[in-house]
Design a protein. Structure first.
Lengths: 388, 388
């Protein structure tokens, strides 16, 4: 069991009308605010007006960067950083889902350096400083609101790279579950697949860590499994949306990780998928995760699958271990593809094996992906093929 | 379901030799350190020398306040504050269990005001500022290392009063499970009873909150129930001590509370017990909690007991609800009094009904304690009597 540092100082305002505290919080970080958002959905929903009113009533000056895309691109980071430098922006406000938040966080870092934003990913340039970032979340999925990571795509090189950097941690995040009432069934399902994957990446680990954290992860998994169908059926169910929203943050704010240091297994595989095909991240994870779990299952690690099946899916603990394991994977598939209604194969979403060899090589960076089990490019290609 | 603010910026160094980072962290808060501790146990264990070396190697000046007592007294707070003022102390370092930490936190507040330290409790004087506090934990119990509360006793008035104040939140806490290897069986058992109580005070609530948080609480309860017997049997079992230590912090750092606003039920009753008799806090809670749960059980709230029994003690969910509830309370009693070996009655520890009426009145401040259910002084006195 390894030691660890837990350090997550993000302040959270949770609940209906959480955004009513936005102006007061923003004021603590300066005068000039750059509001970052994606498409027009926050204008349609009225959230844009609420946010603008908060900023104006707090006596702050507002600038805007709109059009941040899903799987946000390095060009948006460059554009945001340029505004920050030209306008001497003090604080960034991201309003949207994980893509908007990730992009805004990297704008905050890029605003503090002279070099090109992509150097953070191609050259792993140091991130020593960043403008303060506050976030208003509108989609429960990536957990970006309470962690220091962000994933940026570069379409020129077919790269999609995630990176953690302490200065990127949001100072304050506003989590109002009612802001997710208007999220479509499809995006709700993809978001939940993303949350599940974040937990499973840590739960299925080569290292054992604290039992307590396994219990917490099982609780988060059960929460997502219980409440996603409710949110799909009744999009304005506060309890369902609130549970999903708070679970999304805790799935990936480092708490459940403890001292585990292994690499993640499915996310690198999915990043190649959406880098090559620009698909929704959560959908790619949903298709990959059960196949990955099936591929990795062995006599050596079956115990973890049993724990998962019994504690999360309530499978009879007296069945033979391998049977429990297989059943657990099937129940996960059933949840993702039937209950959530997500596409179950890459073929269904128009992806064939054309780039599998190259994607597999990139996913493990030409070496071995040291996640739950060691995966070579050959292994990864096999997992991709299981998804056809 | 209420909204809430989650704001717990305490940085945690967790694991063996966590204290090796102490000097580096202390340096961030100034030059003059007041080391606060209790009896001589940290000298016997060698921890005192380790801490001293860290402070000296960081080039800091060390002052000392020793002799902080269990159920720490306001006189110790006064004494510490006096040293802080006279020596212009920059930062406080608490090394010990919850009592030492609580006392140090209130010294940090008292050092910033001119009035007497007891005014914080008798007059609820404002706490607007405090010296920074860092902690090295040697006992898993109160959670003081990651929250902003502290309980102080005043023997002159038989008062024992807990109060939360944001400025008291420790900046950095060092949690090394090996530092709890030398904790006696009795103190280990009392510590775990304290952790369980912190969780149950929130779990058994008049308000429902997020299902996710109930799952987390059940995970924490299972952790304490699984690992306390291991720690009793094998005091140097790292896994057991680590699970208990991290569970103690999360039981009461506000995370599991969500938006619940009800008062706690057992702690006020216990504070009177240890104010009048100076008994160990965790022991008082162990004796009180099952009786409290039995007294409050009704057709209206039996569902929560069923959830507790099924999810924590794995009781057959097909039994009649009232039977599950009774069985759950019995299993809790069995855990506290047989597995942990704690005294099961007040009579056993030499307490009779002499002060029950007065204690009951003080516990509810002469009105109604609005915890899990409403409790009048009469109700509380009945609960005390169930403990004889």
């Amino acid at each position: 069991m390894n030691g660890f540092i837990y350090n997550v100082p993000t302040k959270i305002h949770f609940g209906e009308n959480a955004v009513s505290h936005l102006g007061d919080e923003l004021k603590n970080y300066g005068k000039k605010v750059l509001l970052c958002y994606g498409g027009g959905s926050i204008k349609k929903s009225g959230l844009y007006d609420t946010v603008k009113e908060q900023i104006e009533n707090a006596g702050l000056e507002m600038f805007e960067l709109s059009g941040i895309e899903p799987n946000p691109r390095v060009d948006s980071v460059r554009e945001g950083a340029k505004i920050c430098k030209e306008q001497n922006i003090d604080v960034l406000l991201a309003v949207g889902g994980g893509s908007t938040l990730d992009c805004t966080k990297w704008i905050a870092a890029a605003a503090k350096v002279e070099h090109d934003a992509w150097d953070f990913f191609s050259d792993w340039a140091d991130v020593t400083d960043a403008l303060p970032v506050l976030t208003v979340l509108t989609l429960s999925a990536t957990g970006s609101e309470m962690n220091c990571g962000g994933v940026i795509s570069n379409p020129e090189t077919n790269d999609k790279i995630g990176r953690l950097a302490k200065p990127l941690l949001p100072k304050v995040s506003f989590l109002d579950p009612t802001l997710t009432y208007s999220v479509s069934k499809y995006q709700t399902a993809c978001g939940s697949a993303d949350i599940l994957s974040h937990i499973l990446e840590v739960y299925f680990a080569r290292e054992q860590d604290l039992y307590m954290l396994d219990c917490v992860m099982e609780g988060l998994l059960k929460t997502v499994i219980k409440y996603t169908p409710v949110a799909l059926q009744k999009p304005d169910d506060y309890e369902a949306r609130a549970n999903l929203m708070w679970a999304s943050s805790w799935a990936i704010n480092t708490f459940v990780t403890g001292g585990k240091q292994h690499e993640w297994s499915c996310h690198p595989l999915e990043h190649e998928l959406s880098a090559f095909y620009d698909i929704t991240h959560g959908l790619g994870l949903a298709i990959l995760t059960p196949r990955f779990l099936r591929y990795c299952l062995s006599d050596k690690n079956v115990g973890k699958y049993v724990q998962f099946g019994v504690n999360v899916f309530d499978i009879d603990k007296n069945l033979p271990p391998m049977e429990i394991a297989q059943k657990a994977i099937e129940m996960l598939e059933n949840f993702l593809f039937n209950t959530l209604g997500l596409s179950s194969t890459l073929t269904e979403i128009g992806i064939n094996d054309e780039h599998f060899a190259l994607m597999a090589k990139k996913a493990c960076e030409g070496a071995t992906l040291q996640g739950f089990v060691d995966l070579t490019a050959e292994d990864i290609e096999k997992i991709y093929r299981m998804c056809l």
